[in-house]
Design a protein around this ligand. Sequence first.
Ligand code: VG1
Ligand code: CO
Length: 543
Amino acid sequence: MAIKTVSTTPFDEQRPGTSGLRKKVPVFQQPHYLENFVQCILHVAGDIEGKTLVVGGDGRYYNQQAIQVILKMAAGNGIGRIILGAGGLLSTPAASHLIRKHKALGGIVLSASHNPGGPNGDFGIKFNIRNGGPAPTPFTEAVYERTKIIDSYKILEADDVDFGHTGQFSLGDMQVDVIDPVADYADLMEELFDLPAISNLFESGFTMCFDAMHAITGPYAREILEHRLGAPVGTVIRGEPLEDFGGGHPDPNLVYAKDLVDQMYASQGPSLGAASDGDGDRNMILGKQFFVTPSDSLAVMAANAHLLPGYRQGLSGVARSMPTSSAVDRVADAMGIACYETPTGWKYFGNLLDAGKITLCGEESFGAGSDHVREKDGLWAVLFWLNLIAVRRQSVEAIVRQHWASYGRYYYTRHDYEGIDTAAAEKLIAALRDTASSLQGQSFEGNLLKTCDDFAYTDPVDHSISEHQGIRMLFDNGSRIVYRLSGTGTEGATLRVYMEHFEPDTEKQDQDTQETLAYLIRLANQLAGITTITGRTSPDVIT
Ligand code: VG1
Ligand code: CO
C-alpha cells in the first residue's frame, strides 16, 4: 500500500466555531474538503509519528465515509495506532475519557452535536487534545490559518475497511483497535456514582424516561440504566442511533424533546425525565410536571456534590459560562470556593480543570460536567441526579424548591432568533458595543444599569485573552441581559438573548418564567432594536 501526496487548494471559511468545524453535509462532500481540514489538524498537532489517536462520531449521516478518509489519512501521516468505536460510534464524553485513559495524542470527534443530520443536514469535525478536551482557541486558529495555505495532503491508498465490530487490524503500518464504544465509559460511571443505591431506587418502583433522541446515547443509556442499574426495559426511548435522528432535531430542550415533555406533564408520568443530544454531551432534567433549568441544575449539583461518592472530598471550585445564570455563584459564595466566569464553549473549562481550580462546571445550554473528563457529559448529569434522588429520597421538584428557598431563585430564559441575516446580526452587536458605555449608569424600568460591556476573559492559567464574547447588561436588582451570536450554526446568524431575574422571596418563586421576565424581554428588544434591525417580532426558540 502506497502513501500518496494529493495536490489541493484551500477552501474559504474552514474556521472552527464554538465547537469545531460545522457545515452542511454537501459542503463536506466536496472533493478534498474534509481531507484539507484533517491534514491541517494533523499539521498543527505536531509530532504525531507513531502516536495514538481516538476516533469516533455520533453516527450521523456521513460519519462512516468520513471515518474511512480519516483512517487512511492517519495512516498516511504516520499515526501509530487508532482507537475507534465499533460502527464508528463514540459519544463526545466517551471519546474524551478514552483519550485520557490511553494517554493518546488526542482525538477526532465527528459530530454537529445538537444540529439536525441527514443528507442535507449538518456535519462537523472537532479535534480534542491530550487532556481529552476540545482544542483551545490558539490551536483552532492555527488550524484555520493553515487551511488558507494548504496545497497538499497525504493519504494511504487502500480499500475501505470494516469497523462494524470490535477487533484489531492493520492499515499500512498503523494499527486499528476497534473497541466497544460503551464499556469504558460505563465503567467510569460506576467509579463516580453509587450504582447499588440507584438500583435500589429502581427496585422500589421509581420510574424514569430517558429520551436518546435517536442519537448516540441510546446504547450508553441502555447499558447503564437498563442493564447495569436494572431499570425496566423501555426506560430508554428512541434508543437506536439513526443517521438522520429519525428526522428530529437532537437538541434536548422543551421544544425538540416534546414527546418526553408530554410524558412528564401527563398525570401518571414518570418521576424523572431526561434527554441528551446528538453527541451525548448535553442533558435535560425534568421532574413530574417540572422543568429544571440547566443553570439551576448546575447550582443544585454544586450544593449537593459532597453527598455522592465521586465528590465526597468536596469541590475545589466551580465555573460557568458567562451567559449561564448566577445561581451557582451563590452556592460557591456560601461554600467559600471560587467561581469562574468563562466565555461560551467547553474549551474554556479545560485549563481550570487541568489546574485543579475547579471540579464542576456548566453552561446554560444544557451542559454540565466535572473533572472526570474534559467535555460536558449528558449521561453523567442524569446519573448525578439519580444518585442525588437515591440519597435524598425527595422528588426533583422538592430538591429544586428547597434549593431556591436557601439560595433564592433565578428566573431564566434564552430567546434564539435563528437564520437571521448575518450582516444585520453583526450590525446589532456592533451597535450595542458602541453604545455600551453610554448606556451604563442609566436607569431602565426602574433599575440602574450598573455594568454594560463586551465580555472579555483572561484565562487564569495561560493568561490568554478572549475578547468580544457577548454584550452583558447587569442591573442593580441582580437581573441581567446578555446578547451574543451563535458559533455553531450553519445558516445565516443566530442571535441569542439571555435574560435572568433574581427572586429571593419564597412567596414569589412560583411564577411563570416568561411573565416574570417580561420586563427584561421588552427591554432587551428595545435596547438592541431587535425588531427594527432583524425584522423579527418573536424568537424562534425559547428555552
Ligand atoms: C452552543 C452553546 C454552547 C455550547 C456549544 C456546543 O454554542 O451555546 O454553550 O458549548 O453550543 O455545544 P453557540 O455558539 O451556538 O451558542 V454542543 O453540545 O453543540 O457541542
Ligand atoms: Co453536543
